[in-house]
Write a protein that binds this ligand. Structure first.
Ligand code: NAP
Length: 245
């Protein structure tokens, strides 16, 4: 059997790097795609030495959607699995006053990832195989005053992934939606997170790898978040709107 390849989009993310390790350990060749991708030179050598696999680096900007077709066609080979870890949380308060900032959050979490997945979805469909993994967020399950710009962009991405899974269900292509709760990464560095319900990037990486192997559709990294979100989704709007969570 020929070797499998995973493409990681937004590869400088902490979650992305942990995920790449799990695939590399299993013998996958790895394509790392990110902005300023040369900053990953050291990772490339480390991965290749440690896991005896091939790693290639690719410049990728999720919001430069005009470049996406060229990006997909310029890869040395069409990957078997693609994980999109691109994301921007931004600052809610500032983004409410600055439409450029708000737009960057929405485009980075939704428009960009959706654009690149549409391109790969068609290539995978033509081949009749492949797995697309989108890292969305539980923040997309209900809009909250504290992060509804980020949350709504993730909601868009979650629904997009659901529709894509629906479209591709009979094509041999699988689509996975990952819904992490809190994860201790660069993104959440300056937020105080409750330890008991905060995952480490490594747990997310392992959950993603297992989901690909088991063809799971929707992954809540820690099961507790399934329950937390069920409760939050079911709070009546009359009460919820006054809670300012
Ligand atoms: N941490 C959490 O609590 C949490 C919870 C739920 C979901 N998530 C999601 O998990 C994913 C990974 O996040 P993380 O926690 O690992 O945070 P992170 O380390 O900040 O990773 C986010 C990555 O997205 C990349 N990115 C942003 N805009 C991009 C663009 N236009 N083009 C290409 N790459 C871009 C960043 O690249 P640069 O390095 O170039 O800036 C960064 O590497 C994100 O989608 C995030 O929304 C995180």
């Amino acid at each position: 059997m020929s070797k499998e390849t995973v493409l990681i989009l937004g590869a400088r993310s902490d979650i992305a790097m942990s995920t790449a390790h799990y695939f590399a350990k299993a013998g996958y060749d790895v394509q790392l795609a990110a902005r300023k991708v040369n900053s990953l030179d050291q990772y490339k050598s480390d991965f290749e030495q440690k896991y005896q696999i091939n790693v290639t680096l690719h410049e990728f900007d999720a919001i430069k959607i005009d470049s996406h077709k060229h990006f997909a066609n310029s890869l040395p080979q069409l990957p078997n699995v693609i994980v999109c870890a691109v994301g921007v949380m931004g600052e809610q308060k500032k983004s409410e006053q600055d439409i450029e900032l708000a737009s960057n959050i929405i485009r980075s979490n939704f428009e960009g990832p959706a654009s690149i997945f549409l391109i790969f979805a068609s290539l995978f469909e033509l081949r009749g195989s492949g797995t697309l993994v989108g890292i969305s967020s539980v923040a997309g399950e209900r809009g909250r005053a504290k992060n509804y710009i980020y949350g709504s962009s993730k909601a868009g991405f979650t629904v997009f992934l659901s529709g894509l899974r629906n479209r591709l269900a009979m094509s041999g292509v699988h689509v996975i939606t990952v819904l992490p709760g809190f994860v201790a990464t660069k993104m959440t560095n300056n937020i105080e997170l409750p330890k008991k319900i905060t995952a480490q990037p490594d747990q997310v990486g392992e959950a993603i790898f297992n989901a690909v192997k088991k063809k799971i559709n929707i992954v809540y990294v820690s099961p507790i978040w399934r329950i937390i979100m069920m409760i939050i989704r079911n709070i009546p709007e009359q009460i919820f709107k006054k809670m300012k969570l």
